[in-house]
Design a protein around this ligand. Structure first.
Ligand SMILES: [Zn+2]
Length: 252
C-alpha cells in the first residue's frame, strides 16, 4: 500500500552501498524511510532529498518493524535563498537539529504547518535575529512548556510591576517569592516574550520589534538569554548548531 504525505527533509545518510536513510518531518510526526538505490541513481530523486526541501513523499509500508520505502517524491518547495545565505543556512540548521532531536508527543498538523510557513518566511524575507527566540518559544509552546509570564509561579499573584524570572520554576516569580537565583526582568522584556509567544509567522511584526530593539540592546540581550536558557533547560539535549548560530551573531 502506498500513501502520500507532505514532508520536510530533515536529514539523510547512507544506508549500505546504494540506499539512503531519509528522515522526514511530516504532519503525522517524524518518519524514517529508505530511498532505494538513491546513492547511485540520481534520476529518481534529483536533488529532492536535500535538507529543508518540502516534498510530497510517496511511501510504501513494509513489514512491521522495518522502515517504509520512499517510492517517489515531488518537490513542493525549496528554500533557494537559504542556500546562498550563510546565516540563514545556520538558522535553518538549528531548526532542523531541534526538530530532529525533539520528540513531539501527540504531534498535530499545526506544528508542521507552522514550520513550513516559518521556513518559507525565513527564505523570503530579510534575516532577523528574532527568528531564533521566536522559534524557541514556539517550540516550547508546542511541547506544553510555555514559560508563565503573568502570574507568580509560587504564589499565583498576578504581577504588574516587579518581574523576576526563574528558569527552574518555569516562569515569573513575584518580588516576595524571588530567590537569589531569580533574575530581574524589565517589563519590556516580559512584553516582548509574551508577544513572541502569541504571534504567528508575522514577519512585519517581528521586523518592527527588531527595529525597536536596535536602540535597546540590553532588553534585546535579555530576551535572547531568557529564551535560550529556558529552551535549553527544557529540551535538555546538546545542540551542536547553537554554537554556530551564536557565533554568527544570530544569538542576539
Ligand atoms: Zn509570589
Amino acid at each position: 500500500m502506498i500513501f502520500s504525505l507532505d514532508a520536510l527533509v530533515l536529514s539523510k545518510e547512507k544506508l549500505g552501498e546504494i540506499d539512503l536513510l531519509v528522515e522526514l518531518f511530516t504532519p503525522k510526526g517524524k518518519i524514517f524511510c529508505v530511498a532505494k538505490g538513491a546513492q547511485k541513481s540520481y534520476k529518481r530523486f534529483v536533488n529532492l532529498l536535500e535538507e529543508f526541501n518540502f516534498i510530497k513523499a510517496y511511501l510504501r509500508k513494509t513489514s512491521k518493524g522495518k522502515f517504509p520505502i520512499l517510492e517517489k517524491a515531488d518537490l513542493i518547495f525549496l528554500p533557494e535563498k537559504v542556500r546562498e545565505d550563510y546565516k540563514k543556512y545556520i538558522l535553518l540548521s538549528f531548526i532542523g537539529e531541534v526538530l530532529s532531536k525533539i520528540s513531539f508527543v501527540g504531534l498535530k498538523i499545526e506544528y508542521f504547518l507552522f514550520i513550513k510557513s516559518l521556513i518559507k518566511a525565513v527564505d523570503a524575507n530579510k534575516l532577523l535575529t528574532l527568528w531564533k527566540p521566536f522559534f524557541e518559544l514556539k517550540i516550547l509552546k508546542f511541547c506544553g512548556w510555555t514559560p508563565e509570564l503573568y502570574k507568580c509561579i509560587k504564589c499565583g499573584y498576578f504581577i504588574r510591576k516587579m518581574f523576576y524570572f526563574s528558569v527552574e520554576e518555569g516562569g515569573v516569580v513575584c518580588y516576595k517569592c524571588r530567590t537569589i537565583k531569580s533574575e530581574y526582568l524589565e517589563i519590556k522584556v516580559i512584553e516582548i516574550l509574551r508577544d513572541l509567544i502569541r504571534m504567528s509567522n508575522e514577519f512585519e511584526r517581528l521586523y518592527k520589534i527588531e527595529k525597536e530593539l536596535e536602540k535597546r540592546l540590553l532588553i534585546k540581550e535579555k530576551v535572547f538569554k531568557i529564551s535560550e536558557k529556558f529552551f535549553k533547560f527544557f529540551l535538555s539535549f546538546e545542540l551542536n548548531s547553537l554554537k554556530f548560530l551564536n557565533e554568527c551573531s544570530l544569538g542576539g
